[in-house]
Design a protein around this ligand. Structure first.
Ligand code: NFS
Ligand code: SF4
Length: 647
């Protein structure tokens, strides 16, 4: 591969206006990319315009070789060759999208369980660090733990998880029934959407959507809700519980965010993807091998995270965040990155091409996540140390190849706190009431100091200006005394602008919320207010938000559907975001999408998801592209829920 990529696709200027992002570091790097003729996602997006209207509406089908078929929303044909109409095609496509997302998370969680089992048996390079989580998870699963060695209990927990994957009965997933609120489990049982075995559910849904099987859009939509639960419990909940057992429960930690965290005189290693099994080892070996970096003339090793790998190691290790999804190519374009290591999900195939214009090495680490021009170091639980050491050494050796003329690190970095697990939030609240930690929060909600809560989750999407919807929407919610929790790439967005600092309470929160954040922060010994946006982790960590909602509903003796809360994915991009959103709706939460999902070609599917489904589960979707209007809809919803609760 040549050092210079083919510039023929480079679009002179048109996508480089400053309206691509609200982040000045990103704008600076886009200008650098332009100067150096480096093609980015924005150029490739421009080449796709105008995007296909049939695809946009979700009304094209390639599910058999008689197709592709598309229906005409304004005339004929109204059906594909087999007779499938727009409602059916959209419903089938949607289920496949959700299954795509769910299978990513389920596979993620499976890899974590495998690692836990090997670690528990002493056959892996990992020590089990989350003793406290072993007890809480064992208690939920009904596994005895008193007086037993941690590793033995951990192995049994892994076996219970694996048993869900081997479940050939019609019994629901044990991990779901053990961790979801009983009221929800009953509701889902009533609707016939309790998943049995996550792998089997993925298979069945793929079968159901092939040519000539399910012709009922409504039945397909029920299966979509079920697939959301597969994601929620076979992916998010199982994955997070197991990762907390392996790597420990996150605790509040101070760090920084944005491209300025990269160092001009250290070996920079960027960790990108999703699996803490990989990223935790890179952190460990970067510390161990710092002396070797100093020996080659660097000032040390600087780690920085992109996407959810970044969130995972921020939460547990305080490693700073370089940026979110739309910043991945730009980290390389700083010219200062010695090595980017990826595992699965959300790393663009373009990164090796961008890296080829600099000295940056790209390393892949899983059998299913390879890139043709990357170095491949397939991780296994028993070779993780060897692989991680080799990767860090490769980065150190590459430091000599950095070309100072190409280096430009934007001078933007912002303090950001992470590590707000449910356990650490409850820990902070228990400084106010040790007996009933949730009471102070609930009392403040009742008193109106905290109007409600919103979980803001999900991605960036090149179709819209990076971070814009997220930031403007959250400002408006905070000013109206809504407590915000965040995960995924939107959490990284908010980390970059001071929403995750104590000063953020002063800058953004309304008076009622500010007073509560100050009282909790001081009682918990932070010496400052809690940040107004609590970073709860990666997308898999959305189960933490589910746990928090379940705990609040349990404390109040109501359904999650009755709580004055909402969820939002202002910039969703990935199939995973759609499946997470579907789980949130099934939990009973009003869920905002800031990007139009490809369903509008079906009036039926659109109506069910944005209206009728509320009668079934209490939650529904709404789509709104304007950040202030989105926030206002959530505020109205919260007001209605407060009224129904009589507060
Ligand atoms: Ni979530 Fe996290 Fe980011 Fe979106 Fe991708 S990294 S798993 S999918 S783009 S938030
Ligand atoms: Fe066309 Fe039906 Fe085949 Fe889809 S399944 S491609 S609508 S014939």
């Amino acid at each position: 591969m040549s050092n210079h990529h083919d510039h023929s696709h480079y679009t002179e200027g048109i996508m480089f206006a400053d309206d691509r992002s609200v982040d000045p570091a990103v704008v600076e790097m886009l200008h650098k990319a332009k100067k150096e003729h480096i093609e980015t996602i924005h150029d490739r997006y421009a080449q796709q315009l105008p995007q296909c209207g049939f695809g946009d509406l979700g009304i094209c089908c390639r599910n058999c070789l008689q197709g592709p078929c598309r229906v005409n929303p304004f005339g004929e044909p109204k059906e594909g060759i087999c007779g499938a109409d727009a409602d059916l095609i959209v419903a089938r496509n949607l289920l496949r999208t959700i299954v795509g997302g769910a299978s990513s998370h389920v596979d993620h969680s499976y890899m974590a369980i495998h690692c836990l089992k090997e670690a528990a048996l002493g056959k892996a390079d990992y020590e089990i660090k989350g003793a406290a989580k072993i007890k809480t998870v064992a208690a939920k699963l009904g596994i005895p733990y008193e007086g037993r060695p941690d590793n033995e209990v951990a192995a049994e927990i892994a076996d219970v998880a694996f048993a869900d994957f081997g479940n050939t009965t019609s019994e629901p997933m044990r991990w779901l029934t053990a961790t979801a609120p009983q009221e929800r489990v009953d509701k889902w049982a009533e609707l016939g959407i309790l998943p049995t075995n996550p792998d089997r559910e993925v298979r069945v849904a793929m079968h159901q959507t092939t040519m000539g099987v399910d012709g009922s859009p409504v039945n397909l939509l029920l299966s979509s809700l079920k697939a959301g639960l597969v994601d929620g419990y076979g992916g998010l909940q199982m994955g997070t519980d197991v990762q907390d057992i392996l790597f420990g429960i996150p605790e509040p930690v101070k760090s920084e965010a944005n491209l300025g965290v990269l160092s001009s005189d250290k070996v920079n290693i960027v960790v990108h993807g999703h699996m803490p099994e990989i990223s935790e080892k890179i952190v460990e070996w970067s510390k161990k091998l710092e002396g070797e970096a100093i020996a080659v003339g660097a000032a040390g090793i600087q780690l920085a995270g992109i996407c959810c790998s970044g969130n995972e190691i921020l939460m547990r290790q305080g490693v700073p965040l370089a940026g979110n999804y739309l910043s991945q190519e730009l980290a390389i374009i700083t010219g200062a990155v010695e090595l980017m290591v990826v595992d699965v999900q959300c790393f663009m195939p373009s990164i090796t091409k961008v890296a080829s214009c600099y000295h940056t090495k790209v390393v892949t680490t899983t059998p299913i996540g390879q890139l043709p021009d990357a170095e491949h170091f397939p991780f296994t639980p028993d070779t993780a140390d060897e692989k991680a050491a080799a990767i860090v050494r490769m980065a150190i050796a590459n430091y000599a190849n950095r070309d100072p003329r190409k280096v430009q690190i934007p001078a933007y970095r912002c303090e950001a706190w992470g590590g707000f697990s449910v356990e650490s939030i409850v820990g902070a609240l228990s400084a106010l009431d040790a007996e009933q930690p949730l009471k102070p929060l609930v009392d403040n909600i009742v008193a109106g100091n905290v109007f409600g809560a919103v979980g803001v989750v999900g991605c960036n999407n090149v179709k819209i200006r990076q971070d814009y919807q997220t930031v403007e929407m959250i400002k408006h919610l905070l000013a109206n005394n809504v407590l915000v929790v965040a995960t995924g790439c939107t959490a990284i967005a908010l980390a970059k602008y001071g929403f995750m600092t104590p000063e953020g309470a002063e800058m953004y929160a309304g008076d009622g919320l500010k007073a509560v954040l100050t009282a909790v922060g001081e009682a918990a010994g932070l010496g400052a207010p809690l940040p107004p946006v609590l970073h709860m982790g990666s997308c898999v960590d959305n189960s933490r938000i589910g746990d928090l909602l379940g705990a609040l509903a349990g404390y109040l003796g109501v359904s999650i559907a009755d709580l004055p809360v909402a969820a939002s994915a202002p910039e969703l991009q990935h199939e995973k975001a759609v499946s997470i959103g579907t789980w949130a709706v099934a939990l009973g939460v009003l869920t905002h999408c800031g990007v139009v999902p490809p369903i509008l070609g079906s009036p039926l599917v659109t109506k069910v998801l944005t209206d009728d489904v509320e009668g079934l589960v209490g939650g529904k979707f709404f789509v709104e592209l304007d950040p202030i209007k989105s926030a206002d809809i959530m505020l109205e919803h919260i007001a209605a829920k407060r009224k129904a609760l009589g507060i």
